[in-house]
Design a protein around this ligand. Structure first.
Ligand SMILES: C[S@@+](CC[C@H](N)C(=O)[O-])C[C@H]1O[C@@H](n2cnc3c(N)ncnc32)[C@H](O)[C@@H]1O
Length: 348
């Protein structure tokens, strides 16, 4: 996006910059004129490895503060929406925006309130310097997932534990290397981390990977940089992860399964498929037993019919049948056969 910076004299530019009580970012608003931020934003930018060009992409900058990274993405061609829970007047954003002639949209909003209905969908999301300020990091990642297009790039920069475990005496030390792969996070009650009550959690890099993966992102690259770290991740639509997210959010299991299939995504997680396979196997066994019992029943019916036939013959013989075999003998044979058939039936 082209910018048309306000035609102001240098004194006026300086006056406007000085009128902002606290600058966080160092933004070059004119050649050689940089806002006096406490954060070396250009140095962070070098480590972020953002795409060189973002033409045609929609970007979201969460926790925008004075806007350094939003203005940078805009300069690279993106259409940028920026949110922060601070009113813009508490930041240097309006001054920097005007001096740069930027079109970045600033919205007072909370990461927890992100949703496609209000914010639309994005191709790039910057989540820089915010995660450790959150009481509910996974909830925030879930909300970010909701406003990402499939395959969208999310860049997370945050305080990390690996090189900066906080000891009770206030000093920092590296985690034991044996714990490098453990998903650990340190919680900072009160103002224990740098005297700031808005600092809550610092994950280890492994933990940050785990959080992102749990929320439905695949991690592409990850690095520890002193007390901080940067992760690039992409949104994936994975029905199993969606299922467990919805289950945990309080939805009834069936409702969760239904929601996870919305949009034609594949349904059941593997664990469920296993359970269904076992049930299907049991059902097949029951069907086999039923077929065997039906065969047995048919045999019993045949024997019963034979026994009846013999009894009828016996009765016919008694009424004046042949004289070749004595009536008593023939009657006795039929009666024995009928009794044996009845015994067999009773045994079953
Ligand atoms: C440490 S600054 C980081 C600024 C910028 N993103 C950067 O990395 O240079 C954290 C910013 O996130 C904002 N913030 C903290 N929690 C937030 C939340 N829940 N929703 C939106 N913004 C939040 C703060 O107001 C602040 O401007």
């Amino acid at each position: 996006m082209s910018r048309s910076a306000a035609p102001l004299g240098e004194d006026e530019i300086r006056r406007r910059i000085d009128a902002v009580p606290h600058w966080y970012h160092r933004i070059e608003v004119r050649p050689g004129v940089v806002t006096p931020g406490i954060n070396d934003s250009a140095e962070v930018l070098r480590h972020l490895e953002l795409p060189d060009r973002c033409d045609g992409l929609r970007a979201l900058d969460i926790g925008v503060r004075d806007g350094f990274f939003s203005f940078e993405l805009e300069r690279r061609g993106a259409e940028v929406v920026a949110i922060d829970y601070l009113d813009a007047s508490e930041t240097g954003f309006p001054v920097a925006k005007e001096l740069l002639g930027s079109g970045v949209e600033y919205r007072v909003d909370n990461v927890y309130r992100l949703g496609p209905a209000d914010h639309g969908e994005f191709d790039i999301v910057l989540f820089l310097g915010v995660l450790y300020h959150l009481r509910d990091p996974i909830l925030a990642l879930d909300r970010i997932w909701d406003v990402c297009r499939e395959g969208a790039l999310v860049v997370v920069e945050t305080q990390l534990l690996d090189q900066a475990f906080l000891d009770p005496d206030g000093s920092f030390r590296a985690l034991d290397p044996a714990l490098a792969d453990a998903c650990l996070a340190q919680f900072y009650p009160g103002k224990t981390l740098r005297g700031d009550a808005t600092n809550y959690w610092a994950p280890s890099l492994s933990c940050l990977r785990g959080l992102l993966e749990t929320a439905g992102f695949d991690v592409e690259r990850a690095a520890v940089l002193g007390a901080r770290g940067i992760v690039h991740a992409r949104k994936v639509v994975d029905s199993e992860r969606l299922f467990y997210r919805q289950l945990e959010k309080g939805a009834h299991a069936h409702e969760a399964a239904r929601k996870s299939t919305a949009g034609g995504a594949p349904t059941r997680p593997a664990a469920q498929s296993e359970a269904v396979k076992r049930l299907e196997h049991d059902l097949a066994a029951v069907r086999n037993d039923k077929a065997a019992l039906e065969t047995q029943l048919a045999g019993m019916r045949r024997e019963l019919a034979e026994a009846r036939g013999m009894l009828e013959k016996m009765a016919g013989a008694q009424e004046g049948g042949t004289r070749r075999t004595p009536l008593r003998e023939r009657g006795g044979r039929a009666a024995r056969a009928a009794r044996a058939a009845a015994r067999r039936l009773l045994r079953r």
